[in-house]
Design a protein around this ligand. Structure first.
Ligand SMILES: Nc1ncnc2c1ncn2[C@@H]1O[C@H](COP(=O)(O)OP(=O)(O)OP(=O)(O)O)[C@@H](O)[C@H]1O
Ligand SMILES: [Mg+2]
Length: 217
């Protein structure tokens, strides 16, 4: 089992939105996916309720219980565990970072977001975690100077995963209905982005050094 955690110091950057759509895209690609929601907002637990199916189980847990819950899950046949965390909550974020094989740090291509990302990166490096940045909510044309600056800044900070994710209504509508974008509009561009994102992350997980599991702080 591989574990991906969505972490950032900054709230509202798309952790839950991308985590849910990625979980669906990975399921469609043959993974057996399980989601841990350690955000007290319970966004993905609510998403699961709206979904109304248990094909991708979502369990709420606390930072203190996360490490044991992951160890248990690893014995259950699940191949991919996705963890969604609370922005700006050092406790949940650190617990998730410490159990993840790969941390995904979504950020929008704006100055304040990019500066906040630096804080998350510092924590990841201090804890020797493997991570990639994900540029989310880019203008769909994707050719703005803002996006280009974001791409350069994140590449300089240690790795931007492809593709760039655009701001698209599909992400909002899919989440509202308990879907991933690949289900909500399979032929849409958001669906294409999510399938590509899963292939990139899968490749990254395959070559990433499996970091030793650390105890939750
Ligand atoms: N690619 C996207 N296109 C359009 N809207 C998006 C996209 N990504 C996120 N959003 C919207 O941005 C808002 C914040 O997204 P989301 O709740 O997923 O962020 P978050 O990082 O999980 O926030 P929090 O830190 O509060 O948990 C939501 O309204 C969501 O619909
Ligand atoms: Mg969230």
């Amino acid at each position: 089992m591989r574990t991906i955690a969505f972490v950032t110091q900054k709230g509202g950057v798309g952790k839950s939105t991308i985590a849910s759509s990625l979980a669906v895209a990975a399921t469609e690609a043959g993974e057996k996916v399980f989601i841990f929601d350690v955000d007290p907002q319970q966004s993905l637990a609510k998403w699961s309720k709206a979904r109304g199916e248990n094909d991708i189980p979502v369990a709420a847990t606390t930072p203190a219980k996360l490490s044991a819950a992951i160890a248990q899950l690893a014995k259950s046949g699940v191949t991919l565990c996705v963890i969604d965390t609370a922005g700006a909550d050092a406790g949940t974020s650190l617990a998730a970072m410490n159990v993840a094989d790969l941390c995904v740090v979504p950020t929008r291509p704006n100055a304040f977001d990019l500066w906040a990302t630096e804080i998350t990166r510092k924590t990841l490096r201090e804890n020797k975690r493997d991570y990639v940045f994900l540029l989310n909510q880019c203008p769909p044309a994707q050719q703005s100077a803002r996006v280009e600056e974001g791409v350069s800044a994140l590449e300089a900070m240690g790795g931007l995963v492809s593709p760039l994710i655009s701001a698209r209504v599909d992400y909002q509508e899919a989440a509202r209905h308990g879907f991933g974008v690949t289900e909500y509009n399979p032929a849409g561009q958001a669906a294409d982005e999510m399938r590509k994102l899963w292939s990139s992350l899968k490749r990254r997980l395959a070559k990433g050094k499996a970091a030793p599991m650390k105890k939750a702080a």
